[in-house]
Design a protein around this ligand. Sequence first.
Ligand SMILES: [Fe+2]
Ligand SMILES: [Fe+2]
Length: 239
Amino acid sequence: MTLITDKIQQLETPIDVMFLMHKVFLTQSEKASELAKNAIETNDLKEFKSVLDNWLKLLLYHYQTEDEFMTGPLKEKEYHDGRLGLRDNVAEHDEIRSKGDIVLNDYQKTLNPKNMTVQEILEMDDLEHLKVMDKISAVQNSIVDAFGAEKLKARSLRGLYQSVLELKVVEFDHFENEEAFVLTLVREQMTYEQQLQLTEKLLFDSTDQNENWIVDFLFSVLDDDESRLLEELISEIKG
Ligand SMILES: [Fe+2]
Ligand SMILES: [Fe+2]
């Protein structure tokens, strides 16, 4: 598994571009969780939102492309622990998409904590739930008043931080599984040329006005040596 602190020295085969990409995605998730954590103190989510949007945009494009052009064409293989590499990969993508939705939803709650439903408020903290339920009737206004706007805001920020952490954990596990199980199948089943084509899809978004938005972002995060590896791969793809 590639860690943020790992330095990627070489790409042995085109699909190894995944190590560079996963590393960059992890730096985004790290940044988003740092900013969400800071916001509990500062109340400031401006930078968080732009990092989050970027992170989710990258992930959503990446997973959709993998489902269609990577796991799609591969043949399934059952591992001895019963794991089905491709099926599990697609399921993990779905899980991360839904965790991403939860983060966005929680972000919305922090903008307007007073609009939270009773259910949402109680779900944020089970113990508080027990304490207040016998004192106030569970209607929107009274529960919002009982908590107070500031407490509610703080609570929503903690909830947001929590869901960012959860997204980060499933993302991390997913990258680890994909690198271990799916990339092995790619190397076994795809020719070098097919890997180059897949890599092109992963790196360039032909549906966007700026098809370079992904590589631009990768270059903005990778160090010089890693950027050179990416440049070499791109010139091979474009060559
Ligand atoms: Fe991936
Ligand atoms: Fe993936």
